[in-house]
Design a protein. Structure first.
Length: 82
């Protein structure tokens, strides 16, 4: 922590923190929709959704860490810099 009380992580953690948050949000949404469509609303959905979410996130987080830098470079080739 510096003299101004800033408790944020250093910039070098930008990719893993971005990947963690992005994969977490996407996993919650997609696993929820998929599980709901497969099982319908009810107790079984509520019991299985957390397992589906965690299982999906274990795959999604490392995937985002690998894919995000590639996507950024691709987007930089397609979109003009501000």
């Amino acid at each position: 922590m510096n003299a101004t009380g800033d408790r944020r992580l250093p910039a070098r953690f930008m990719l893993p923190v971005t990947g963690f948050i992005l994969s977490g949000i996407m996993t919650i949404v997609i696993s929820g929709i998929s599980t709901l469509l497969a099982l319908g609303p009810g107790a079984e959905f509520l019991a299985r959704w957390p397992v589906a979410c965690i299982t999906s996130w274990v795959i999604a987080f490392p995937t985002v860490l690998v894919v995000l830098p590639i996507v950024r470079r691709l987007v930089a080739r397609i979109v003009a810099a501000p």
